[in-house]
Design a protein around this ligand. Structure first.
Ligand code: NAP
Length: 234
């Protein structure tokens, strides 16, 4: 994998993560793609077979502490040009703080907000200096400024928390490393999470996201951007 830039995509077996894996492969990246259940990640296995030597599939469940904290050695010192933490969940179906249990709230916050940045902290030594980009899949629903409707309050809170922890990582966690950190909104996308009525297709979203990664690399800032590169209010 030495000749190509390298991207690690967390949660790449379906939806936007799988789309990103395909898009970045097409742009010349080798890809390390994670899945909670690699044995059931048929689309990733096919992608890997179609691109011999360019797609490595690794197991990672963000809620499995030993897997999360033990993931970094799997990179075996490889340097990442892109670390994209995409995995996320929508949380309990009722989406309602008045009905939420401690367990539901804890699981949602851990998966969407705590685990992504914890993984990035572990992998920071593997992110390439200067041109390396660490991207987190946030959502416009994580914008406090934009929260006029108040719907999906638990999910919104989890992405706002992700943005907040990410800002702390950028300001206090990089240890002097020059790296770009992005909180990205993919659009409302037709995936299992976004549903069939969503406005944007996966291909359009991931093309836009890949363009944003390319445009922002080397800027050494932390920005909240959508898949068209437009800034979102925090
Ligand atoms: N679709 C939208 O409109 C939209 C809008 C804004 C933001 N987002 C964000 O975009 C990201 C991807 O969403 P999507 O629409 O592609 O959703 P999706 O189709 O439901 O895919 C979610 C991905 O995250 C993985 N995942 C969930 N929990 C995990 C865990 N504990 N450990 C590791 N992987 C885990 C899933 O793996 P399994 O297959 O094993 O479950 C799957 O690969 C999420 O962070 C989501 O919040 C989506």
């Amino acid at each position: 994998m030495a000749d190509h830039p390298l991207a690690l995509i967390v949660g790449a077996n379906r939806g936007l993560g799988f789309g990103l894996a395909k898009e970045l492969l097409g742009r010349g990246y080798d890809v390390i793609a994670t899945a909670r259940h690699p044995d059931k990640a048929g689309d990733l296995a096919s992608l890997s077979a179609a691109h011999p030597g360019r797609v490595t599939i690794e197991r990672l469940d963000m809620n499995h502490i030993a897997e999360l904290d033990g993931f970094a050695p799997k990179l075996d010192g490889k340097m990442l040009d892109i670390l994209f933490v995409n995995a996320g969940v929508s949380g309990p179906a009722h989406k309602d703080g008045m009905k939420a249990t401690v367990e539901e709230t804890g699981a949602l916050m851990f998966t969407n907000a705590v685990a992504p940045v914890r993984l990035a902290r572990h992998l920071l030594p593997n992110v390439r200096e200067d041109t390396g980009v660490v991207a987190f899949m946030s959502s416009v629903m994580g914008s406090v400024a934009d929260n006029m409707a108040g719907t999906s309050e638990l999910y919104r809170a989890s992405k706002a928390a992700l943005n907040s922890i990410t800002r702390g990582f950028f300001n206090a966690g990089l240890g002097g490393r020059k790296i770009t950190v992005l909180s990205l909104h993919p659009g409302w996308v037709r995936t299992d999470m976004g549903g069939p009525s969503a406005a944007v297709g996966i291909e359009e979203s991931v093309k836009g996201l890949a363009d944003v990664l390319a445009t922002q690399k080397g800027t050494h800032v932390h920005k909240f951007l959508d898949y068209r590169g437009e800034a979102i209010a925090w």
